[in-house]
Design a protein around this ligand. Structure first.
Ligand code: GLN
Length: 549
């Protein structure tokens, strides 16, 4: 029988519920429990797949092809486990299921209502992952902020479960903000009191209150929160701002968040946490030996969440290489022939990001050209790989109008074109080529050196692909397909063997990078950038040769 921890949020959004949930999960996992996390989002979209990155940040894709909230990425990166379709549920998904049942006549003529029908479906899904004995503990993060109209049915479902499940099988953790008023030099507990009151009014009483704060909470403040919010003082947890999200599990360990949860869950026997690997990673992250500068060419760069998994993958790969990866965001829309050198000079590597649509495309192509010609380490992901193909077609093969049919349906040289099975699809949500597919890697290729394997699987999210009619032409001129799907022949990896490090992949390696298993492509790309940077320094100052090698 699994136990359930619910995490709600109060006062404001963006307090880092996902990180707190993932950190708690990490601690419980490090003590030997089998833990997973799921997120319930109150919006009406069936999943975040149709949301613009500006709205909701990156869309994270699971092995089984679910388009999910970016918090699932944190869960996987922290826990080193795979999540699935079941781990992210929205109001839209709940209603869709209930309405489909109603249409099928399953409610036998009864009126279908929020309570009990919607809440029953929410509860069914909240318990689902715990049904088959695979997990000891399921953590459920409730998206949104307590008091939002749209999250009420989720909170109501938690209220019902608090009574329906054995008392020691449920814990409610409420994450809140304790603002520091600089003028008064004081931490303020009132917003937290209000938010706990609001939660209590809906019948849910938190067992633990986690307080985001910029200043340490004194015992007096903790006592005050405990008194007004009706929890034990030990259950008031301080969550100070941390230098990196990867430090949060250790901060929570110090605050005994896991121990207090286990106490409520009536778990009295548990081993010491095994966090050796985690701490080893943190040490390397905190004390890098050198620095590399990577240009991230994208069109959503104003919003860092749009490239969350890529940025986290750089952190994992940087730690492994013992370098600090400084990512410089470069807006593809503003790269022109005239300024491309100014914008890209000084970088040690260039990553062209995934994306959709026409905006900023020519800037991306110019950036690829710069990296190819200057022998700067290049890494293209999905749209980034497609742009590398277009650049090569135009500037090396002489096909000056080459393009992707996504941007130019009339191009005479459609080197990137829509996948055959995509052509008949009319609906938008969940219809791309999604999730994990196998890829066979050519022996002796750069990809082979990077993965040290010839057979891999990676995750996808795209509608367009390399047009194999052009493959021979490309390969004859020096850009080769070093990875293909064994079943369909679809090109997965393109590289230029003549270049020190030039690789583009149709899939998203960033989705599988975790603290304990950094994505090989990122590790090698950062390494290539490090070598490039060292060589650059030696060229400028030959005396450095010995010091660097
Ligand atoms: N827009 C491109 C496609 O659909 C690339 C998608 C992506 O970068 N994720 O094929």
């Amino acid at each position: 029988m699994a136990k359930y921890i619910f995490v709600t949020g109060g006062v404001t959004s963006s307090l880092g519920k996902g990180i707190i949930a993932a950190s708690l999960a990490k601690l419980l996992q490090s003590r030997g429990f089998r833990v997973t996390i799921q997120k319930f989002d109150p919006y009406i979209n069936v999943d975040p797949g149709t949301l613009n990155p500006y709205e909701h940040g990156e869309c994270y894709v699971t092995e089984d092809g679910a388009e999910t909230d970016l918090d699932l990425g944190h869960y996987e990166r922290f826990l080193n486990i795979f999540t699935s379709q079941l781990n992210n549920v929205t109001t839209g998904r709940i209603y869709q299921t209930v309405i489909n049942k109603e249409r099928a006549g399953d409610f036998l003529g009864r009126t279908v209502q929020v309570v009990p029908h919607i809440t029953d479906e929410i509860k069914r899904r909240m318990l689902l992952l715990g049904n088959d004995g695979k997990y000891d503990i399921i953590i459920t993060e409730i998206g949104g902020t307590v008091g939002d109209i749209e999250s009420l049915p989720f909170i109501e479902a938690v209220r019902q479960l608090q009574w329906e499940l054995p008392e020691d099988d449920v814990v409610v953790v409420h994450l809140t903000l304790i603002p520091y008023l600089r003028a008064a030099k004081e931490l303020k507990t009132k917003p937290t009191q209000h938010s706990v009151k609001m939660l209590s009014e809906t019948g849910v009483h938190p067992d633990i209150i986690v307080c985001r704060t910029e200043e340490s909470l004194s015992n007096e403040i903790k006592r005050k929160i405990a008194l007004f919010c009706n929890v034990k003082q030990e259950a008031v947890i301080e969550a100070m701002d941390a230098a990196t999200i990867y430090e949060v599990p250790l901060l929570m360990l110090r605050e005994k968040l896991d121990v207090i949860c286990m106490k409520k869950l009536n778990i009295s026997v548990y081993p010491e946490p095994n966090l050796e690997k985690w701490k080893g990673f943190l040490d390397k992250l905190k004390y890098p030996k050198s620095k590399v500068t990577i240009g991230l060419i994208g069109k959503y760069i104003e919003l860092q969440d749009a490239y969350k998994s890529i940025l986290e993958s750089f952190i994992h790969a940087g730690a492994l290489n013992e370098v600090k990866v400084q990512v410089v965001n470069i807006h593809s829309e503003f790269i022109t022939k005239e300024n491309v050198i100014d914008k890209l000079e000084g970088l040690d590597g260039l990553l062209v990001a995934p994306g959709f649509g026409n905006r900023g495309i020519e800037g991306k192509i110019l950036a690829v050209q710069y990296a190819r010609e200057k022998k700067l380490p290049f890494f293209g992901i999905c749209l980034g790989m497609q742009m590398a193909v277009i650049e090569f077609a135009r500037n090396v093969l002489g096909l000056s109008k080459a393009h992707s049919t996504e941007m130019d349906a009339q191009t005479p040289d459609a080197v990137i074109s829509m996948m055959e099975e995509q052509k008949k699809i009319k609906m938008m949500g969940g219809t791309m080529r999604l999730g994990s597919y196998p890829c066979e890697i050519k022996e002796g290729s750069l990809a082979n050196k990077i993965y040290r394997e010839t057979s891999i699987t990676e995750r996808h999210r795209h509608r367009y692909e390399f047009n194999n009619d052009y493959l021979e032409l490309f390969e004859n001129k020096g850009m080769v397909a070093s990875g293909t799907n064994p079943d369909t022949g679809l090109v997965e990896i393109m590289e230029i063997p003549e270049h020190p490090f030039f690789i583009g992949v149709q899939y998203h390696p960033e989705l599988k990078s975790t603290v304990e298993r950094p994505a090989p492509l990122f590790v090698s790309f950062v390494h290539a950038a490090k070598v490039y940077s060292e060589e650059k320094h030696i060229a400028k100052n030959p005396a450095l040769q010995d010091a660097l090698i």
